[in-house]
Design a protein around this ligand. Structure first.
Ligand SMILES: Cc1cc2nc3c(=O)[nH]c(=O)nc-3n(C[C@H](O)[C@H](O)[C@H](O)COP(=O)(O)O)c2cc1C
Length: 178
C-alpha cells in the first residue's frame, strides 16, 4: 500500500450491528494500513435525528464531534449495507448533518456497499455525496453483492477477489489524498 506521511482516514460503517460484515471490512482495511491513522467512527447511533431547528450555533455536541472528526480526516471511507432498497437511515442522518457545515465539500470519499444486492443504496449514496460536493474517488467506489457468501462465520473475508477489490478502493482513496 501507499507509503509516506501518515494520513488521517475516517471510516464509517452504515451498519450498527456488533457482528456487521461492513464493520468487519473496515477493520480489515484498518489492519492493512498500520502506517496511517485509520479510525472507525463510533458515533453514528448517538447522533440526534437531523432537524434543521437543532442545526444551530453551537450545534449538539455529538454533531460538533462528528464535524470535528471529519475536519481532521484527510479522507473518508464509507462501508454500508442497503436496507429496504435504500441507504440505512442512521448513515443518511449522519450525512444530513454535514449539509449546512459543508464538512464533506471537496473531501476525498471512497464508498463500499456490501449487501445482499445493494445497488439502490450504492447509487443513492453516490448521488448524495455528489450533491454534498464530496470528492468521490475514481476507482474508489465498489459494490459487493452477496456479501455473506464472501465471508465466513467469523467475519473473515474468504473471497480473494473481494479482498483485492477492497484493498484497491483504499489504495485509490490514499492516492487521491497524497
Ligand atoms: C431490515 C433489513 C432490510 C434489508 N434490506 C435489504 C435490501 O433492500 N437490499 C439488500 O441488498 N440487502 C438488504 N438487507 C440485507 C443486508 O444488506 C445484509 O443483511 C447485510 O449483510 C447487512 O450488513 P451488515 O452485515 O454490515 O450488518 C436487509 C437487511 C435487513 C435487516
Amino acid at each position: 500500500m501507499v507509503t509516506g506521511k501518515p494520513l488521517n482516514i475516517m471510516a464509517v460503517s452504515g451498519s450498527l450491528r456488533a457482528d456487521s460484515s461492513n464493520t468487519a471490512i473496515l477493520k480489515y482495511l484498518q489492519k492493512a494500513v498500520p502506517q496511517h491513522n485509520f479510525w472507525i467512527y463510533d458515533g453514528l447511533d448517538k447522533l440526534p435525528h437531523f432537524n434543521p431547528a437543532l442545526d444551530t450555533d453551537p450545534s449538539p455536541v455529538q454533531v460538533q464531534d462528528l464535524r470535528d472528526l471529519i475536519a481532521d480526516a484527510d479522507g473518508l471511507i464509507i462501508c454500508t449495507p442497503e436496507y429496504a432498497f435504500g441507504v440505512p437511515g442512521s448513515l443518511k442522518n449522519m450525512l444530513d448533518w454535514t449539509v449546512s457545515s459543508g464538512s464533506l465539500v471537496n473531501k476525498p470519499v471512497a464508498l463500499i456497499t456490501a449487501s445482499s444486492v445493494g445497488e439502490n443504496a450504492h447509487a443513492s449514496l453516490i448521488k448524495t455525496l455528489e450533491v454534498l460536493t464530496a470528492r468521490v474517488v475514481d476507482e474508489g467506489t465498489l459494490l459487493i453483492p452477496f456479501i455473506r457468501t464472501k465471508m465466513n462465520a467469523a467475519n473473515e473475508i474468504t473471497d480473494t477477489q473481494t479482498e483485492r477489490d477492497i484493498q484497491n478502493v483504499l489504495t485509490a482513496l490514499l492516492a487521491e489524498i497524497v
